[in-house]
Design a protein around this ligand. Structure first.
Ligand SMILES: [Zn+2]
Length: 172
């Protein structure tokens, strides 16, 4: 037979478990200079906590760069945009693409056939959404930019399909 004391002990036990889960979770969140990619934890030069990222980015930039969201096609600022200049990472300011390599792929997202500097973007295998794709991230902060495909124009044959929200354009 259960006594009120027994139930009380049980409740205390559950509260302890719950409390340790919360503490563990807050510890995990403190380890904020890394980003999970392809099941591995990577470290990048630009280290900010998720709170700092949230405060320095707009909600759309945050969901794309930090949570790997994809903006709806044909809605981004730079989709039909062909001014001469340079595109920088909206999170850390790294130089990513030049307008001279931008082309209209008709896919609804800004498309480039080459990065400004090969080492400024990093390509990571991505098997999410039941597809095998190559994710493109900023090599300095790890921010999600988009994906790269092999159906681009010459001379590289690559199509870097990038979210406008990840980029900041500066006119030449
Ligand atoms: Zn960056």
């Amino acid at each position: 037979m259960r006594t009120p004391q027994h139930s009380m002990q049980k409740l205390t036990g559950w509260m302890l478990i719950l409390f340790s889960c919360i503490s563990l979770n807050s510890c995990a969140q403190k380890n904020d200079n890394t980003i999970k990619q392809d099941g591995k934890t990577m470290e990048y030069e630009v280290k900010k906590s998720e709170t700092e990222w949230k405060n320095s980015l707009t909600p759309t930039q945050y969901s794309v760069l930090r949570e790997k969201a994809t903006e709806r096609p044909f809605t981004g600022l730079y989709d039909k945009f062909f001014e001469k200049g340079t595109y920088y990472c909206a999170a850390c300011g790294e130089e990513l693409f030049e307008s001279s390599t931008k082309f209209d792929a008709g896919c609804g997202w800004p498309s480039f056939y080459d990065p400004a500097k090969p080492h400024n973007v990093k390509e990571i295998p991505d098997s999410s959404h039941g597809m095998m794709r190559m994710e493109v991230v900023c090599s300095k902060c790890g921010g999600h930019l988009g994906h790269v495909f092999d159906d681009g124009p010459e001379p590289t044959g690559k199509r870097y399909c990038i979210n406008s929200a990840s980029l900041v354009f500066k006119k030449k």
